[in-house]
Structures are given as structure tokens and as C-alpha cells.
Design a binder for this molecule. Structure first.
Ligand code: PRT
Ligand code: ZN
Length: 283
């Protein structure tokens, strides 16, 4: 059986979550800071620890079969790879930002202006698509100091909380693309049994993460109203309580509308609501 190789970031913002998702898939491996490669003990897989910028090319060229990397890095690299699964972490937005005192209100006002960025390919495509003729200053780091140093009139960079922009006297002007970590494979690569198995495990971990397990008690007269609020994986499980006229309802609810759902359940008559994390959902 061929051993698969997956490339993940060695250190940086995506490293910890990439390791975590693989470990949650039941893969057993050592994660020493110094190692460049780790062998998984209980699955035919090797993990390569790389700089994120190298991952798309490694996957494109077949040196690694799979990779976990930000969409921004993939698009910037121009590598020919296919997305297998969005992973829900490393979320950010690439934005054009201008000094907070700037009166710029229209994209065309960037004509003839200089924009500093580490993502010249994405920026150039965006400017071209919008008919803006700006000068791109390609710098490799600390892009946010560009306007302060007189190097550029605007910047194009990754933003997550917006704190870095603010502390450098900048404000967001245009959102260009959203990004998150994705699982990639070489374009046209055969998705063999091992890849499918790994993908299924990743998807079951993601599904579990997006949901909570809920157990609640309700009087039978309020049961329908409570059940109407709960989809469950298939449908809720109803278990009679020892006390006549009462049942316990077991279900899963989505993390994203969790608090709203809980409040609605309480209003519908649910009591003693217990919420638990789910490890995996296998469908
Ligand atoms: O060493 P290596 O080359 O592997 O790593 P790196 O230094 O190039 O990348 P790293 O670890 O900083 O980021 C890896 C990936 O995380 C990026 O390619 C994005 O896909 C994703 N990501 C998510 C982010 C951010 N959020 C983020 N906030 N990458 C960078 N930032 C930086 C941004 O450049 C800016 O300086 O954080 C600052 C802005 O953050 P806020 O919260 O102040 O807005
Ligand atoms: Zn990098």
C-alpha cells in the first residue's frame, strides 16, 4: 500500500489547528518542533512540515499528495490544485486599506496610486478586473507600515480582527477575498481509498465541531413545539421519564445558532437543558 503524504504548515497560524484536525481524525504521530516529517503510526500517512508558501507547489508537483493551506496562498501561488474540503479555521479577509484620514471613496481614485502588498498576484487580478491602474509595491512583510513610511498610498493585506490596521492608522476600504484553510490535492489526482477514508474522517470531525448534543426535559403537552425547533441528525430521540407526562428529548443543534435555539427551546417549555460537545458524526 502506498504511503500518502500530507503537507502542513511547520509553524505559524495554521500549524496548531492543522495538527489538531489530524489528531482528531484518530491519527497518531509525534509533533516535534524540530522535525520536518512525521510518520503516522496507525494510518499509511506521512506528514511534511513546510512553510505555507511552499505547500501549493509541493502538492501540484506530487511531492505531497495532500496539503492544508490558506486559500490566499493557493491563489497567490497560481498552483494547479483542487480543493477537497474547506476546514473552517484560519479565516481572514484580504482587504485594501487606506490611511484613516483618507477621503478616498471610490476604487477609481486609486488610479496612479501606490499599493503595498505581499499578495501582488491577487491584487493585480482584482485591479485589472476593476479597471484600476495603480502601482503595486511588492514587499514581503509589515505591509501595514507602508503608508506611514511614505512607501505607498494604500495597502493590500490580510485582516482578521482589524487591530493591526487600526494601530497603524489605517481603515479598511475594499474587501477583495475571504480565505480559510483548505484541504487540497493535486489536480486530477486519483482519490484512492486512503484519501477517501481520510477525507471522511475530516468531514466527520468538522460536522461534529459545528454541532452540539442537547438533552432536555419537556412536558408531553409542549413536546411538539420543542421538537419543531430540533432537527437532530435524522430526527430527535424521545425517551419517557419516570415522572408521568414528561419526556427527555435528545438531539443535535448547530453551533452557529446555538444561543437563539436554546432561548427558543426554553420559551417552548424545555427544562434541565444539558449541552455536550460531540467528538465525531459519522453519516
Ligand atoms: O512561515 P510561514 O511562511 O509558513 O508563515 P507566514 O508567516 O507566511 O503565515 P502566517 O502563519 O502568518 O499565516 C498563515 C495563514 O493564516 C495566512 O496565509 C492566512 O491564510 C491565515 N491568516 C488568518 C492570517 C491571519 N488570519 C492574519 N491575521 N495570516 C496573517 N494575518 C496577519 C496579517 O498579515 C496582519 O499582519 O495578521 C495581521 C492582521 O491581523 P488583525 O487581527 O490585526 O486584523
Ligand atoms: Zn508564508
Amino acid at each position: 500500500m502506498k504511503t500518502l503524504k500530507i503537507a502542513i504548515q511547520k509553524s505559524g497560524r495554521l500549524n496548531e489547528k492543522s495538527v489538531e484536525i489530524l489528531k482528531n481524525c484518530g491519527l497518531s504521530f509525534e509533533n516535534y518542533k524540530s522535525s520536518l516529517i512525521a510518520t503516522v503510526a496507525n494510518f499509511p500517512l506521512e506528514i511534511l512540515f513546510l512553510r505555507d508558501d511552499d505547500i501549493p507547489e509541493y502538492v501540484q508537483d506530487g511531492i505531497a499528495d495532500l496539503g492544508i493551506v490558506g486559500e490566499n496562498v493557493i491563489i497567490e501561488s497560481g498552483a494547479n490544485v483542487s480543493y477537497l474540503q474547506k476546514l473552517g479555521f484560519g479565516k481572514c479577509t484580504l482587504k485594501i486599506a487606506v490611511p484613516s484620514t483618507s477621503t478616498i471613496s471610490d476604487l477609481q481614485q486609486l488610479d496612479g496610486k501606490a499599493i503595498a502588498t505581499s499578495y501582488p498576484v491577487i491584487l493585480e487580478k482584482y485591479l485589472k478586473a476593476n479597471g484600476v491602474d495603480a502601482q503595486i509595491r511588492n514587499i514581503s512583510g509589515s505591509v501595514e507600515i507602508g503608508p506611514g513610511l511614505g512607501l505607498s498610498d494604500a495597502i493590500f493585506d490580510i485582516v482578521s480582527t482589524g487591530g493591526t490596521l487600526k494601530s497603524n492608522g489605517l481603515k479598511p476600504f475594499k474587501n477583495v477575498m475571504d480565505s480559510e484553510a483548505v484541504l487540497i490535492a493535486g489536480n486530477g489526482m486519483e482519490l484512492n481509498e486512503e484519501v477517501q477514508e481520510l477525507l471522511q474522517r475530516i468531514q466527520s470531525v468538522l460536522r461534529a465541531k459545528a454541532t452540539k448534543y442537547v438533552v432536555l426535559n419537556v412536558e408531553k403537552s409542549n413536546l411538539q413545539a420543542v421538537v419543531d425547533l430540533l432537527p437532530g441528525v435524522k430526527s430527535p430521540t424521545i425517551v419517557p421519564l419516570f415522572e408521568e407526562g414528561w419526556v427527555a428529548v435528545h438531539s443535535v443543534i448547530a453551533e452557529q445558532d446555538f444561543w437563539e435555539k436554546i432561548n427558543n427551546l426554553k420559551a417552548a417549555g424545555a427544562q434541565g437543558i444539558v449541552v455536550m460537545p460531540i467528538e465525531k458524526i459519522i453519516t
